[in-house]
Design a protein around this ligand. Structure first.
Ligand code: COA
Length: 377
């Protein structure tokens, strides 16, 4: 029997911070830090007691990742070698928190694009890799700022937060528990990135996205039918961040580098590519969709090489930019927001009947697929 409630994506929204750091600016700052560290520690380095730091390079970054620049909320402190972290004035409890503020901007755009008023939305999920605080939930603050009744809660599944959020929202629609759900992903990844770590200092950028998941009965004329969603998690320590409220139980290691993003990049690459390609193939088969017929793949944006391989395995040939668009060059890795940015910026040209896939993968490991079909009524 046909389900009564069909979930669709009615619209998306995107907030991009004004400031951006080019690879050249990033490497200049990083190498100045390296030179200073090595000069400050010259005696210990010569005595063999301290390892000298190695410089970074623009060529390596672009070749290894495809990233050319990244947006950040606060550029100057990240590039200041005495700081190398985001900084902005602390806000009082009466002011909007920064995560909620950028999430609201993306959410407002999604609502506007769908012609939807806040009163018609039933729930807000704030789905992101990091939450600014444990409680009250960021989602509830966003809900209040938008004037939405109903409920909101936070969910964190690292780089797959947004697709897990979409399936959660779709399940509310399928079950008839909600008709309109906002999935908001404010990703301030500059806060979890170790800007002093040569292996990863170039990876991340800041952004916020929003996806409005609704019952087909409410949807605007142009929308995306959700054909199927699939989630998968497999425990791995290869991407890890040990920051957390229990760090205060071990004050002696509270500032250690493992309290920020760390990864075994090569292992991630090797293990995640086959897992995700297989997952897409299995799900396509379940939905009776020929993978080669997919008009577009909006893949997680972590690394251009990974996306090239996954797309090739799915489509059976090397994917063109049209088939598997990248936003890595200007946004970097924006965690769970990446595939949503790609979808937001590169979906308008598709025509009714075109089928595509939004796919995320990352820490956990976690992976999510959302097969969609363009509808124009
Ligand atoms: N500048 C210059 N050289 C660098 C460098 C930098 N910033 N960082 C590392 N290198 C060097 C290394 O020292 C190493 O040199 P060696 O071969 O002489 O030992 C070489 O480059 C290769 O380093 P490696 O870390 O193995 O690079 P890589 O080719 O595997 O690329 C990643 C690194 C992280 C870009 C890649 O592994 C990757 O994208 N993995 C998946 C990451 C991912 O998706 N993570 C999910 C996060 S949500």
């Amino acid at each position: 029997m046909e389900p009564t409630h069909k979930p669709v994506i009615s619209s998306t929204g995107l907030f991009t911070p004004d400031e951006s750091i080019s690879n050249a600016e990033l490497v200049e700052s990083f190498n100045a830090y390296v030179a200073k560290f090595n000069a400050d520690n010259q005696a210990d380095i010569e005595a063999g007691e301290v390892e000298p730091l190695q410089p970074s390079s623009v060529e390596f970054i672009e070749k290894a990742s495809g990233i050319k620049s990244r947006h950040v909320i606060a550029k100057a402190p990240v590039l200041d070698i005495e700081c190398m972290a985001p900084r902005w004035p602390e806000r009082s409890n009466d002011e909007p928190s920064i995560m909620a503020e950028i999430g609201v901007k993306a959410a407002r755009q999604a609502l506007e694009r769908a012609g939807r008023e806040a009163k018609d939305v039933d729930a807000v999920l704030c789905a992101a890799s990091n939450m600014q605080r444990p409680y009250p939930a960021m989602a509830i603050e966003i809900q209040q700022a938008l004037g939405i009744e109903g409920f909101g809660f936070d969910m964190n599944v690292a780089c797959s937060s947004a697709t897990f959020g979409i399936q959660t929202a779709a399940d509310y629609i399928r079950a008839g528990n909600a008709k309109s759900v906002l999935v908001v992903s404010p990703e301030i990844t500059s806060g979890h990135l170790n800007w002093r770590d040569r292996d990863s200092h170039f990876i991340f950028g800041d952004v916020a996205t929003a996806v409005l998941v609704e019952d087909a009965s409410l949807a605007p004329a142009d929308h995306w039918e959700i054909l199927g969603t699939k989630l998968k998690t497999v425990f791995s320590n290869n991407i890890r961040n040990n920051f957390g409220f229990l760090n205060r139980a071990h004050p002696e290691t509270a500032d250690a580098p493992d309290k920020l993003f760390v990864q075994e990049g090569r292992k991630v690459f090797k293990e995640v590519v086959p897992m995700v390609a297989q997952m897409i193939a299995d799900e396509a088969q379940r939905l009776s969709i020929e993978p080669q017929s997919l008009r577009r793949l909006w893949l997680h944006q972590a690394n251009a090489g990974m996306n090239r391989l996954i797309a090739q395995r799915v489509l059976g040939h090397e994917a063109s930019e049209d088939e598997s668009p990248t936003v890595l060059d200007t946004y970097g890795n924006t965690s769970s927001a990446g595939s949503i940015i790609a979808f937001h910026l590169h979906s308008e040209d598709l025509v009714a009947g075109d089928t595509g896939i939004i796919c995320s993968f990352g820490a956990g490991y976690s992976a999510g697929t959302v097969f969609v079909r363009k509808v124009r009524t």
